[in-house]
Design a protein around this ligand. Sequence first.
Ligand SMILES: CC(C)C(=O)C(=O)O
Length: 502
Amino acid sequence: MRALSDVGEVQFLDTTLRDGEQAPGVSLTPDDKADIARSLDAAGIDVIEAGSACTGPGERETISRVAGLDLDGTVTSFCRGIRSDIDLALECDVDGVNLVVPASDKHVEQKVGTSKAENVDTTVELVEYATDHGLWVEVIGEDGSRADLDYLEELLGAAVEAGADRICWADTVGHATPDRALECVSRLSDLGPVSTHTHDDLGLAVTNALVSIAAGADLVHGTINGIGERAGNVALEEVAIALDHGYGVESMDLTEVYDLAQLIANRTGIPLAPNKAVVGENAFTHESGIHTDGTLKDDSMYEPYPPEKVGRERRLALGKHAGRAGVQAALDENDVEVTEDQLSEIVSRVKEIGDRGKRVTDADLLTIADEVTGDARDRRVELLGLTAVSGSDTPTASVRLTVDGEERKEAAVGSGPVDAAMNAAEAALSHTADATLEDYHVDAITGGTDALVTVEIEMSRGDDHVVVSASDSDITRASVRAMVDAMDRLVADDDDPLVADD
Ligand SMILES: CC(C)C(=O)C(=O)O
């Protein structure tokens, strides 16, 4: 076993486009795969497994497209231990293959229905065939962590002798403990270059990847966000930060991981857990008073490494655990001056909102501050009335509001009552100022059909943008109120008249 700090550099193979896509419900389009492959390459991933050529003609077309992107990294196709799979990979013009052969008794005898000796012979033939065709070859012993280690050594040793570029220890069902990973990879690394492929069924994928490296592996298989079969593969961004932060070992470009994580979450439809290491929404967000206070005194008080390292920013959030320092910092950011007594009142109101299970947005804070300081602004945009109708006919809505005292009324249709009402509000406000709805998000705070919903919207106007939320048991009302409030905030400091001369 070597010290990780002596390792220097580790390569990554990203299998988001193959094992990641095997996650239930995920199906990536050719454009998705091409975009993800480009981004992985830009982030310095060494090997990109683009898919399984045997899946079908559509997948082959996509793999060929990725192979033709002229990427810096090696592009491979996954192949089962059959010659026709290698032929299909060759049709896609990939640089190499990840050739999977059974390794455990279960996989050799029950799944594939062959003998261990025959399995070794077949593997040798396939490696020779693939290398004769100019392919880079990695041989993966499937279910390697449950295999008899002497046999795994014999099988993968034969693959190396036949010309395989590298071999891979696969913890296919995420069964291995760190000592098993150490034992297996240490033995295999005496045979030639070794990769490690770990799954997270026991929550040990990162640990086992790190132990594998200490045991001699120099290439880690994984996916961004850790997506993959069952509990997923090891999350490459987690291995990368652990290597960098813990041991000064280089791998992928860390500043790219957040954008990559977002891209993959969007394209796969698998959202990121807010508490996910490195790329989760909360990974650099501080809410509790004690942590916010400490962070304001020293950025690193409650962070192992600065967010910029992984392409992110620090956020101080307001909620039920907010303290004076955090609220004061948020007020300072919005240029709001308050006395000590006013600050105490604002903090307790923020906590009250938090106690009701709500997030406290900037707009909420400013409204509270207005009320507490007695500076309540004169509204320029105000909602007077809203009617929305839906049924078997096209949903319609009408909105009545005032802009600088002038009444405006618009009606619109939409795909549903919320859409119709938002379209009507937008039409009524379009005479006023050129603002754009950037984001719309709904949360049910309570359960049941009478649930209180909070609509949070983000709107921008030129360089200004605001996030405003409104809660109501009627989602249409909450949506339009949030939009009108956002517009009112955006124009609050505009000295120009908002009413057109028409
Ligand atoms: C590497 C391959 C066979 C795999 O996905 C696994 O073993 O989990």
